[in-house]
Design a protein around this ligand. Structure first.
Ligand code: ADP
Ligand code: MG
Length: 319
């Protein structure tokens, strides 16, 4: 018989794995979709629709995606769920349930696990998403949190990256280039905006801006086999009260920064005009350009010069 392993993978977690899971179970409460939740070997959900399931997963790693000296644990938990909700929103979907896996550094602060889950569960409650289960382990490495969300396409969804057509207008929610200095940890996933866009009936393609406007627009163009022309003066840049610390212009940040988590949509031109005039849920919608035949992106600068915009924007090309 093999010798008993001297330490289980979860020793070193303050309060122990089971103490934390029990805390999470109580903090989570019940949810109408969850028939069997935290506490058994697998969760069982009452699937409320005959529509297919959408599934998204994203992993956050300490010192790669966040820095615990600058981010509160609650913010890490919020972000771990929010990035997945943003993906479901970008598909024209409604998120329904989530599961979470965490690797908590041995000897980390007593309440790290609780605070992380508190941020995650708060956002789950706000968005009606059930936390149906998860997995918890200790690690000698960095904090890792991976969330999987399942949902269902809205009526009229799913909206893929591949549906953009020449003549479509390119609409973007909110403001771009805000994320580095602040809201990448606190952003609100654009679920309500996605519902409004899908219900407009004119939505052809959509993506959430996680890698930056230029990079994510290229993903849509490649998938759709089309090009785009953007008007620099129509790109909604950071709010004026946000300082530009590094000498790069707001336009450079808006085009090249990642982690804005706004939605970029290709929309039938008539519907786009109505949407911009009366955004469905209060968040501004900007018309930043159009889909054209061909490939690649042309950026029309405020002085009328036209510059190519590569997948990753570089400040010297567009300033
Ligand atoms: P098993 O060994 O059968 O995988 P676990 O001890 O890993 O069981 O998990 C026990 C229960 O707690 C399961 O229902 C699981 O989904 C839930 N769970 C574990 N970790 C988490 C977590 N971080 N968040 C939510 N639920 C969790
Ligand atoms: Mg497990």
């Amino acid at each position: 018989m093999p010798a008993r392993t001297p330490s289980s993978p979860t020793t070193g977690l303050p309060g122990g794995e089971f103490g934390l899971i029990e805390w999470i179970r109580q903090r989570t409460g019940s949810h109408p979709l969850v028939d069997v939740g935290i506490g058994d070997d697998a969760a069982m959900l009452s699937w409320p629709t005959t529509h297919p399931a959408l599934v998204a997963v994203d992993m956050l790693v300490e010192n790669v995606h966040f820095d615990l000296s600058r981010a509160k644990p609650e913010q890490v938990g919020h972000k771990a769920l929010a990035v997945n909700l943003s993906d479901i929103a970008a598909m024209g979907g409604q998120p329904l349930a989530a599961v979470v896996s965490v690797a908590l550094p041995r000897g980390s602060q007593h309440d790290l696990g609780q605070r992380l889950h508190d941020g995650l569960i708060t956002l789950a409650e706000q968005t009606g998403v059930a936390l149906a289960g998860g997995d918890t382990t200790a690690t000698d490495g960095p904090l890792v949190v991976s969330v999987t969300v399942i949902g269902t396409p809205l009526e009229g969804g799913p909206i893929l990256r591949s549906g953009a057509r020449p003549g479509d207008r390119l609409l973007v929610t909110g403001y771009l280039g805000n994320s580095r200095e602040r809201h990448h940890l606190d952003f609100t996933p654009r679920l309500a905006e996605s519902v409004g866009l899908v219900e407009s009936g004119g939505l052809h393609a959509m993506i959430d801006i996680s890698d930056g406007l230029a990079a994510d627009l290229h993903h849509v163009l490649t998938a759709s086999g089309v090009g785009a022309r953007l008007n620099a003066s129509d790109i909604p840049t950071r709010e004026p009260d946000t300082p530009v610390r590094d000498g790069r212009t707001p336009l450079a940040h808006a085009v090249a920064d990642g982690e804005d988590f706004e939605l970029l949509a290709a929309v039938d031109p008539r519907v786009a005009e109505e949407l911009v005039a009366a955004p469905p849920c209060g968040t501004p919608l900007s018309d930043i350009g159009e889909i054209v035949p061909g490939s690649g992106v042309e950026l029309v600068m405020p002085n009328g010069h036209i510059v190519p915009l590569p997948p990753l924007g570089y400040e010297h090309r567009i300033d």
